[in-house]
Ligand binder design. Structure first.
Ligand SMILES: Cc1cc2nc3c(=O)[nH]c(=O)nc-3n(C[C@H](O)[C@H](O)[C@H](O)COP(=O)(O)O)c2cc1C
Length: 328
């Protein structure tokens, strides 16, 4: 087995989650890698040409290892192909079977990981030849593949896939939590929401500020925002579209309030415009024009400990100081 953790050789066992639609874009991923972690690009819901451009830009900003994340149920294959051709170091796949991609990744020297929520999924990925497993807990922001809390899930899955390296995700935002999770056998942590609240994350300011104003009890796991990826549970901060849906007795599609109405658009760098309709899975990226009350505000229970928007560099200083303090 290839020893992924040793060969990636990051200074700190801290990865950013590859938050899709480019929320984890070149600025965030390169800053995380430069700060000593593993920066992971969020390629979910993107076409191959856009993914290729993100990888090229990231590789100008850092020479350190980088990863990329692809959401398989949203993939047309061009995103994975761009990752293979772009020369990334680690490919994180989410939600479906990784087996069709293992050989290609390995022949190119790219580590391949599966983000999993259950022992069955993790064992399937291990048997297919994964170099590592990212274990999700139900605390996670964004799409959640787990019905279990992180700690029991982590300990259970580690025992099933030993000696494969496992990385923990879900609800983590402080150095003390990271220290605790590492002491339970995780080789690294993958943080989503905590890195969403950084200057480098490609999310719009209203969304970032909502993180600071929210507590874990303001988040909920739902299947409401399903445009482009149906029947997949996700944790979001409760907003107007969610409360309106609940006030209307939570009807199924296509009978939800304002179904298919236009709610805003995302301006692309090449002048294209992506029009969005209500209940889309698309998050509020920086170039979104519209109201965040109409988009999924993906966030984990980790919002409880997020009170400031930081630069990635400063966030690493804070987390490392907290880890050292928790050691004493
Ligand atoms: C805004 C946002 C977008 C996300 N997008 C993706 C994605 O595209 N692919 C993926 O595998 N996971 C995605 N996730 C889930 C993360 O991989 C990870 O499991 C989660 O962020 C961990 O929980 P935390 O947010 O409390 O750190 C996303 C999470 C957030 C908060």
């Amino acid at each position: 087995m290839r020893d992924m953790i040793d060969r990636l050789n990051t200074k700190y066992p801290i990865w950013n989650a590859g938050m899709g639609a480019g929320i984890a874009g070149p600025k965030l991923a390169s800053a995380v890698s430069e700060a000593g972690g593993l920066g992971v690009l969020g390629c979910g819901a993107m076409q191959g040409a856009d993914v290729a451009a993100m990888i090229t830009e990231t590789k100008v900003l850092t020479k350190r290892p980088i990863g990329a994340n692809v959401i398989l149920p949203m993939s047309d294959g061009s995103d994975v192909a761009a990752c293979f051709d772009g020369g990334i170091d680690a490919l994180v796949l989410f939600w479906d079977d990784i087996q069709p991609f293992v050989k290609d990744a390995q022949s190119r020297g790219i580590f391949i990981l599966s983000q999993c929520g259950s022992p069955d999924d993790a064992v399937r990925a291990a048997d297919a030849g994964a170099d590592g497993i990212i274990i999700q807990g139900i605390e996670s922001g964004g799409h959640v593949s787990s019905s279990q809390e992180l700690v029991p899930n982590l300990e259970n899955i580690i025992s099933h896939v030993k000696p494969l390296p496992c990385i923990a995700a879900g609800g983590l935002s402080t150095g003390a939590q990271i220290k605790d999770i590492l002491s339970r056998g995780a080789k690294a942590v993958s943080l989503g929401t905590r890195f969403l609240a950084t200057h480098e994350a490609n999310a719009n300011d209203a969304y970032k500020n909502r993180l600071l104003a929210s507590k874990s009890e303001d988040t909920v796991v739902t299947k409401l925002f399903d445009g482009g990826w149906p029947n997949a549970p996700h944790r979001v901060i409760i907003n107007k579209d969610y409360t309106t849906w609940v006030a209307n007795d939570s009807p199924d599609a296509p009978n939800r309030p304002g179904e298919d109405e236009y709610i805003g658009c995302i301006a692309k760098t090449d002048g294209r415009e992506l029009k969005l309709s209500r209940y889309t899975t698309m998050p509020a990226v920086k170039d979104f024009t519209g109201s965040i009350e109409n988009l999924p505000l993906y966030a984990g229970t980790s919002v409880d400990n997020i009170h400031t928007i930081e630069s990635v560099e400063n966030l690493f200083k804070i987390l490392v100081t907290e880890i050292v303090k928790a050691d004493k």
